[in-house]
Design a protein around this ligand. Structure first.
Ligand code: SAM
Ligand code: DTB
Ligand code: SF4
Length: 321
């Protein structure tokens, strides 16, 4: 991990916040925030042993495995999300990965075509995919693929043993080569060190190009998973990572992701000030709870944040710095 990221991260908190805010204002409109909706289209029964995840078949988290949802049901959910004002619809599948040519993959392509026809950005997270699968997803109208690093390469074997960090990098490479937008971030609060968190940011910043969006999840300690008893992350540690992510990845949307139900309104406000400009919106994540749409709309209104205007200054045309 580079000394400079550590130096940035370890500054007195207000100096770090000021540097992050200045970086943010150089690249983004201050009030803009992206709302993304999340739907689990294939829940539970996953072969992998990711120790944070309630959907692994190896843990007893009480998640009943479901088969892949039908396109009609997904489109109804996407339409409802669009009416609530979200600009991106993200769909998650509890798979190690999916191969092109399979019935499951063809069904996902049909879902993507149907949701894209609503005129909303479509994102999926399906686990590992090949270069050919990434190209087929792009051709079906997919905007973004989410595939997280989750932590540093060094800490990764402590949280997952059924696939490797290099497997994750291979899929990320396939996604970027296919011309898809990349959403890639991680989780804090799994027992990793600050150096692990910064190493993850360093790997993300080294991608060419860096991810368009970077979800920062705080661990939701799901009962029945090996990490169920982890202590919640201290709010200032979360704010420090968000601010450091903003500085290390100035042109990426930084998403304040899982774990917001454990944060006060004031803590979330501090995260937005530190550079977060995207959230998952709607009462449910994949299996865990998220703040309700009403609560979030009230919070955003109280802070004067403008939902779904999360284009960069240069993207929005007349404000380029
Ligand atoms: N199976 C695919 C994969 O692993 O990439 C996609 C679904 S997986 C559930 C998507 C992401 O959700 C994970 O990479 C992780 O960052 C996040 N996640 C899962 N469970 C979580 C939890 N309990 N707390 C915080 N983040 C979690
Ligand atoms: C991401 O980084 N976080 C989302 C999304 N990408 C797929 C998932 C959060 C899952 C939280 C735990 C759950 O709902 O089971
Ligand atoms: Fe499966 Fe993804 Fe959960 Fe790992 S994070 S157990 S790959 S659904």
């Amino acid at each position: 991990m580079s000394t400079s990221l550590r130096e940035i991260h370890d500054q007195p908190l207000f100096d770090l916040l000021q540097q992050a805010r200045e970086t943010h204002l150089r690249h983004w409109n201050s009030a803009d925030i992206q709302l993304c909706s999340l739907l689990s289209i294939k829940t539970g029964g996953c072969s992998e042993d990711c120790s944070y995840c309630a959907q692994s078949a190896r843990h007893q988290a009480g998640v009943t495995p479901d088969k892949l949802m039908g396109a009609d049901e997904v489109v109804a959910a996407a339409r409802a999300a669009k009416e609530l004002g979200v600009s991106r619809f993200c769909m998650g599948a509890a798979w190690r990965g999916v191969r092109e040519g399979t019935a499951q993959f063809e069904s996902v392509l049909a879902i993507i075509r149907a949701v894209a026809a609503l005129g909303i950005e479509v994102c999926v997270t399906l686990g590992h995919i090949s270069a050919a699968a990434a190209r087929a997803l792009k051709a079906a109208g997919l905007h973004t693929y989410n595939h997280n690093l989750d932590t540093s390469p060094e800490f990764y074997p402590n949280i997952v043993t059924t696939h490797t960090f290099e497997d994750r990098l291979r899929t990320i490479h396939n996604v970027q080569r296919a011309g898809l937008s990349l959403c890639c971030g991680g989780i804090i609060g799994m027992g990793e060190s600050v150096d692990d968190r910064l190493r993850m940011l360093e790997v993300l910043a080294g991608f060419e190009p860096p991810p368009d969006s970077v979800p920062i999840n705080t661990l939701v300690p799901m009962p029945g998973t090996p990490l169920e008893n982890r202590k919640p992350v201290d709010v200032f540690e979360l704010v420090r990572i968000i601010a450091t992510a903003r500085i290390a990845l100035p042109r990426s949307k930084v998403r304040l992701s899982a774990g917001r139900t454990l944060l006060s309104r004031e803590a979330q406000a501090l995260c937005f000030f530190a550079g977060a400009n995207s959230i998952f919106f709607g009462g449910k994540l994949l299996t865990a709870d998220n703040p309700s749409a009403d609560e979030d709309l009230q919070l955003l209104a109280a802070l004067g944040l403008a939902p779904n205007r999360a284009g960069s200054k240069s993207e929005s045309g007349n404000l380029a710095s």
